[in-house]
Design a binder for this molecule. Structure first.
Ligand code: NAD
Length: 505
């Protein structure tokens, strides 16, 4: 452990009308560097006037942007992609400084977000409508899709760049103006991306960042000029957002929490499975909605699998993400303490604590929010370490006698975000794919995050609304359809009264 000289906290502003904006609010929130525990920034927290200014600016910009040709819009998105690709290391450094994830992981996050930008560069094709000539004599039909106007995005702390990028490239390419409300825990990435949009040539007001907490969220949910809400965060807030914004007449997609199970069948390659469990359980300190938090060891695999997972945890380097570490700190001191309290609870409830992350020797400052990889065996479904989303580096092993028992366990869980099966049996994998009640499935792949041209989303308490993020579903979410029926009769050839319901001939 070492110490270094503190620098004074910087103010982290909104981004409104193409410039930083400190707003009128008197409230600020502390932003910390999780590896040092020090306050590095103070983010402004919006009040009603700031919300109004943000939405008004987006609304003023939205009509001209929607009327801009699809080619011109695509060129801006393409320039954003080029700049992002050149400068992703800068953005990754900002993520590490406020979130704590290690640099390579932060670069990976930016790259996965960039894939959605690349997908959005194909918007001319994605917005093409259908055309059916001569559906009736002299009558043609075609369809068009139009932008919604001002769209709201509310994002969580764990992917300050990638999760906003699940939505805004498509929203902007489709001709909408975006108001992004990032997590108040790591708000600087959004400001960096706003500057990049400006450099790419996006007109002022088309991308707005509104910093804040519940006040900003509620303001967007209720605002009559905000047409849709794309939310990602914990399940209770997702449910609240879905209900409140739907009641206000908005289109809503609200992605919630997760408890992702990895089923290991007796015929699995146990080294592959152990590597996957460690990578997916402890990567990003378990602060991923697609992290594996439960390993279901089927048949007689349990003892050997637990031994191999435990052995691998001893090789992990825990430390400051700017150094040569595999796993960084947790995002805040409060979150670290909450996760540690689950380790206490698991022990008290009688699970076998195989690896105890509370005793961690981290390569970082003493006041960093450290918690090492933690492994529990013989976890029962009634224990709080199983029932609750912990969102930290805590992996629970549950034993199941049979495949059917493992499947029932996954399907009984209230969440349905991601899951994986490890097996050498194609038939078992296929049955799992068909029968499991989960939105994203990996076969010998522990974190099956879909590519940008597929859509991301879970089932049950992991998603409220019916539209998943990005891919074709994203294009549909950020546009409204119209169908046009047309007839151009020669002058004098058509007419006459016809009061019966129109039928085709
Ligand atoms: P969170 O629910 O605390 O916060 C998410 C957003 O909601 C933030 O912008 C926050 O400011 C806002 N918010 C917080 N409390 C609020 C309240 N009472 N009223 C209105 N708005 C409020 O989530 P988090 O801790 O930032 O992120 C972690 C959670 O996000 C985990 O549950 C994780 O599973 C989930 N997540 C899900 C996905 C997914 O795709 N399903 C992806 C990433 C993260």
């Amino acid at each position: 452990m070492s110490t270094s000289t503190p620098t004074p906290p910087a103010t982290i502003p909104h981004w409104i009308d193409g410039r930083p904006h400190e707003g009128s609010a008197t409230r600020v929130g502390d932003v910390t560097n999780p590896a040092t525990g020090r306050v590095t920034g103070q983010v402004v927290l919006a009040d009603a006037d700031d919300i109004e200014a943000a939405v008004a600016s987006a609304k003023a910009a939205s009509a001209a942007w929607a009327a801009t040709s699809v080619s011109a819009r695509t060129q801006v998105v393409f320039r954003f992609r080029e700049l992002l690709n050149e400068r992703k290391e800068e953005l990754a450094a900002i993520i590490t400084a406020e979130h704590g994830k290690v640099h390579s992981d932060a670069v990976g996050e930016v790259s996965r977000g960039q894939e959605v930008v690349e997908f959005a560069c194909g918007i001319p094709h994605l917005l093409k409508g259908a055309n059916s000539p001569q559906v009736s004599t002299g009558v043609d039909v075609h369809s068009i899709r139009q932008p919604l106007g001002v769209v709201g995005i509310i994002s969580p702390f764990n992917f300050p760049a990638m999760v906003p990028m699940w939505f805004f490239p498509i929203a902007i390419a489709a001709g909408n103006a975006v108001v992004l409300k990032p997590s108040e825990k790591d708000p600087s990435a959004s400001i960096w991306m706003a500057r990049l949009w400006q450099e790419a040539g996006l007109p002022d007001g088309v991308f707005t960042v509104l910093q804040g907490d519940k006040v900003a969220v509620d303001g967007l949910l209720d605002h009559p000029d905000v047409a849709s809400i794309s939310f990602v965060g914990s399940t209770p807030i997702a449910e609240y957002v879905y209900e409140r914004a739907s009641r206000a007449g908005k289109r809503v997609q609200a992605l919630g929490g997760a408890k992702n199970h990895m089923v290991v069948l007796p015929d699995a390659d146990l080294d592959l499975a152990a590597d996957a469990a460690v990578s997916a359980g402890y990567g990003s300190a378990g602060e991923r909605c697609m992290a594996i938090s439960v390993v279901v060891a089927v048949g007689d695999t349990g003892d050997e699998l637990v031994r191999r997972i435990a052995e691998r945890t001893t090789t992990l380097r825990i430390g400051d993400g700017t150094r040569d570490a595999d796993m960084g700190p947790l995002v805040t001191g409060a979150h670290r303490d909450k996760v540690a309290s689950y380790v206490d609870a698991g022990e008290a409830e009688g699970a076998t604590l195989v690896v105890d992350g509370r005793k961690v020797d981290a390569d970082g400052e003493q006041d960093g929010f450290w918690l090492g990889p933690t492994l529990f065996d013989h976890v029962q479904p009634s224990m709080s370490i199983y029932t609750d989303e912990i969102f930290g580096p805590v992996l629970c092993v549950v034993r199941a006698e049979t495949y059917a028992e493992a499947l029932d366990l996954v399907n009984a869980n209230k969440y349905g975000n991601g899951t994986a099966i490890f097996t050498g049996n194609g038939g078992a994998a296929r049955a799992f794919e068909q029968d499991v009640q989960v939105g994203m499935i990996g076969v010998n792949v522990p974190i099956p995050v879909p590519m940008a041209y597929y859509s991301f989303g879970g089932w049950k308490a992991s998603l409220f609304g019916d539209t998943h993020a990005h891919g074709v579903e994203g294009v549909h979410f950020f546009t409204r359809g119209k169908v046009v029926t047309t007839r151009w009769p020669d002058p004098g050839t058509a007419g006459g009264l016809e009061l019966a319901f129109p039928k085709n001939h």
